[in-house]
Ligand binder design. Structure first.
Ligand SMILES: Nc1ncnc2c1ncn2[C@@H]1O[C@H](COP(=O)(O)OP(=O)(O)OP(=O)(O)O)[C@@H](O)[C@H]1O
Ligand SMILES: [Mg+2]
Length: 383
């Protein structure tokens, strides 16, 4: 309005920058984010119209000079247009404000929801932790109870097992005792039979021999005297053999060493072996132990005669460390334990006899190397 060019600078700047600022503003609003009834066309028209008015005013100023102030209608129109533009912008402002408020509301709602949710989540978590703890404690209690029950049943089982073991060992002891009684009874019966055979049959043979001895040889038919005498001799020797088998008389009369020596000696020449018997500490053996050793030796010698083809048989016995150790060794063919004849009883019987007296009997054998039977019997003071 001064008429000076430099005062038109803001107008020129607005003219230059407004289109891009205006289009930038428009881009900020999407078509569905405009207030109801608002159109860009209308605002475009107003802005354009206001620019035309400004243009016209500048032109009028240049044309009329200070007389331009008489152009009231033009000023009024400019003001009205500007008011309308302001109205539109404040419509946009209000709309933006309300959008911002709405957004704030939704953010607030979301935040409230998030807070509520986090409380709920915390509550649920606490509940879950509580439940887990409860389950844990419950499980621990159940497990402890089970462990106790298991322990108790184990203890009951152990008591039962030890009771059964005790019963078993008692039964075993009773069986052993019974077997020993049986064995003693058998030995007693053998002794009685040996006596009977010796006293009855042996004496009859002896009496007949005496009678025949007093008879003249020619009192009998030719050759019969000799036949009768040899029959009598064989009867007497059979009687002796039977009594010796039933009850070795030397064992009772002269002791273990002499009895063994005599027993082994009687087969030596026919079986073809040399033999040696060295027995010590016999006085430490009970009568039953000596008899057991004799019976085991009988079976061992019987095996040597049957199978070993031995050149030497050595027997020795002595007391060692509370035990009586007795060995029967041969240098014969030997054998493999696994290839024993099925149903063979001799070796088993040897072991059982030793076991009956709480001892043991080991049989060691190697092919071509011979066989050794070793007996251990506990001495009376250590039983
Ligand atoms: N001293 C030995 N030398 C070689 N072989 C032996 C000897 N002693 C035992 N045997 C072997 O061991 C086997 C078992 O002997 P065991 O005395 O048990 O039975 P057996 O003599 O055959 O029969 P039995 O029951 O009449 O005694 C024998 O068949 C024999 O082969
Ligand atoms: Mg045998």
């Amino acid at each position: 309005m001064t008429g000076l060019e430099e005062y038109l600078e803001p107008y020129a700047m607005a003219k230059e920058q407004l289109p891009s600022a205006y289009s930038h503003l428009k881009n900020q609003f999407k078509s569905d984010q405009l207030p109801a009834g608002f159109t860009w066309n209308e605002l475009d028209g107003l802005v354009e119209h206001r620019f035309e008015i400004s243009q016209r005013m500048v032109e009028k100023r240049l044309e009329l000079g200070a007389g331009v102030f008489q152009e009231v209608a033009l000023f009024n129109e400019g003001r009205k247009t500007m008011d309308k533009i302001r109205g539109k912008f404040s419509q946009l402002d209000l709309f933006q404000d309300s959008r911002i408020n709405n957004l704030n509301d939704s953010v607030h709602k979301l935040r409230t929801q998030a807070e509520t949710f986090s409380w709920i989540a915390a509550g649920i978590t606490a509940l879950m932790v509580g439940l887990a703890l409860f389950l844990l404690v419950h499980e621990r209690k159940a497990r402890t109870k089970l462990e106790w029950e298991l322990l108790e049943s184990n203890q009951r089982l152990e008591v039962k097992v030890s009771e059964r073991t005790k019963d078993l060992s008692e039964a075993k002891a009773r069986i052993s005792e019974f077997a020993l009684v049986q064995e003693n009874a058998i030995e007693e019966e053998r002794r009685r039979l040996a006596r009977e055979v010796h006293d009855q049959i042996g004496q009859i043979f002896t009496a007949i021999k005496l009678i025949i001895g007093s008879v003249q040889e020619n009192a009998l038919p030719e050759g019969q005297y000799k036949v009768l005498q040899s029959a009598l001799e064989s009867g007497i020797s059979s009687t002796r053999k039977i009594t010796a088998e039933l009850r070795p008389p030397l064992l009772d009369d002269l002791g273990l060493e002499a009895a063994l020596d005599s027993y082994i000696g009687q087969f030596a020449s026919s079986a073809g072996y040399q033999y040696e018997v060295e027995i010590k500490d016999v006085d430490k053996l009970t009568e039953t132990q000596a008899l057991t050793i004799f019976r085991i030796t009988q079976e061992a010698i019987s095996n040597i005669i049957k199978y070993a083809r031995a050149a030497n048989v050595v027997i020795n016995g002595l007391a060692v460390d509370g035990f009586y150790e007795f060995k029967i060794s041969d240098d014969g063919d030997g054998f493999e334990f696994d290839s024993r004849r099925p149903g063979a009883l001799g070796l088993i019987a040897m072991q059982e006899r030793a076991n009956l007296l709480n001892g043991d009997c080991k049989i060691e054998s190697r092919l071509t190397q011979g066989t050794t039977v070793t007996i251990h019997l506990p001495l009376a003071t250590d039983v």
